[in-house]
Design a protein around this ligand. Structure first.
Ligand code: NAD
Ligand code: DAU
Length: 341
């Protein structure tokens, strides 16, 4: 029988991709997106989904317990998947408070409502950033699910706090939850404040590409659809109370990604501008995905060479989507962050 799934943060990058993935894969499921549309939430991301009778959008803040409870009572979800978050590290350094509100208090509010209504299943979308970072000179080291939590930024500290609350709810209340910790995603609908879309869009406009520090920081990139597939497996077959790391062993230095984008767009490397480093900048992330592979049979399917090609093509073919974003409020943020650099 078809399930009803609440997807919080579904007007954002990964949540939006997950909405489409689930609507396509499960034509008998009902998908309800809960999103309060912050600067990062965009209804135009859900334009096609909104035409699907199995999809519904609710503009709602996950910290609003009364509103959340009323909706959950009405739709009686089988599963709640929480993507809603403040997700940008640089913004968390400028203003941490909203990260505490949404990422910690919002998570706790959702879990409390689920508990009161006996919702059978909850999934928390977390991040590899909760593990802190790894040194560049130890390529043999990877994050496993038992690596100690060691967050560096207000963003990662807020996500780590939420994870601890989820695990505490599992133990104390036998709360039926799982957690996934994924590495850096890339793909369609990625907000242009993040490295890959920012560099594509700046290169297209022949604007400087701001690379932090020495550009040698390493991230472990995963095509967003592979993340969606992993979450689908976890919510259907994952073990309650467990954490699953998600990543595809695709480590790359920032500077190499930037150079690759310039090459694909036939733009000169002289556009690269080294700027002041991010405060507390994590050096290297690298996920060991053995557990999700062995327990749930997950493996990444999109190779980086293909994924980055598809992503660049998507930005070239969806200029309306990102031009609308960069012409508005985001422009003020850009001036504040990079104006003096
Ligand atoms: P995003 O910033 O693109 O989207 C976040 C969405 O949440 C937006 O639509 C926003 O409007 C919504 N939102 C924010 N605060 C809300 C609130 N209080 N109530 C309701 N909705 C709210 O983020 P993303 O990159 O898609 O990340 C989604 C999740 O995945 C986050 O939890 C993030 O920590 C996690 N994650 C992201 C990555 C990545 O590479 N982007 C990797 C691993 C994990
Ligand atoms: O690892 C998962 C995390 O990946 C998620 O939890 C976060 O929500 C997501 O934003 C992402 O965090 P990062 O900080 O790794 O992503 P970001 O795109 O901001 O930066 C990637 C790298 O590029 C990082 O080393 C900083 C660098 N960078 C970023 C920007 C925006 C630059 O050099 N220049 C830039 O202008």
């Amino acid at each position: 029988m078809g399930k009803t799934i609440i997807v919080t943060g579904g007007a954002g990058f990964i949540g939006g991709n997950f909405v489409y993935y689930m609507l396509n894969k499960y034509p008998d499921y009902k998908i309800i997106c809960v999103d309060c549309l912050t600067y990062a939430g965009n209804l135009s991301t859900l334009k096609e989904a909104l035409k699907n009778p199995n999809f519904r959008f609710e503009k709602l803040n996950i910290c609003d317990k009364t509103g959340v409870k009323k909706l959950f009572e009405e739709v009686k979800p089988d599963i709640v998947v929480n993507f809603a978050a403040e997700s940008h590290v640089d913004r968390s350094i400028e203003g941490p408070e909203v990260f505490v509100d949404t990422n910690i208090k919002g998570t706790q509010t959702l879990m409390e409502v689920c508990r009161e209504l006996n919702i059978p299943r909850y999934h928390q979308v977390s991040t590899d950033e909760v593990y802190g970072d790894l040194p560049l000179d130890r390529p043999d080291l990877f994050f496993t699910e038992t690596t100690p939590i060691h967050a560096s930024s207000p963003y990662s500290a807020s996500k780590a706090s939420a994870d601890l609350l989820v695990l505490a709810y599992c133990r104390t209340y036998k709360f039926p939850a799982t957690i996934s910790r994924c590495s850096n995603n890339y793909g369609p609908y990625h907000f242009p404040e993040k490295l890959i879309p920012l560099m594509i869009i700046n290169a297209l406009a022949d604007k400087p590409l701001p690379v932090y520090g020495d550009g040698l920081n390493v991230r472990d990139w995963l095509y967003v659809e592979d993340h969606c597939k992993a979450i689908d497996l976890i919510i259907h077959n994952g073990k309650i109370g467990e954490v699953y790391n998600i990543g595809g062993h695709n480590e790359m230095a920032n500077i190499d990604i930037v150079k690759l984008i310039l090459k694909k767009l036939d733009k000169p490397e002289s556009l690269i501008t080294f700027v002041e480093d991010r405060k507390g900048h994590d050096r290297r992330y690298a996920i060991d995905p053995t557990k999700i592979h062995e327990e749930l049979g997950w493996l990444p399917e999109t190779k980086f060479a293909d994924g980055i090609e598809k992503t660049i093509d998507w930005y070239l073919n969806h200029k309306d989507w990102w031009q609308e974003i960069i012409s508005g409020e985001y422009q003020n943020y850009y001036e504040k962050m990079y104006g003096g650099k």
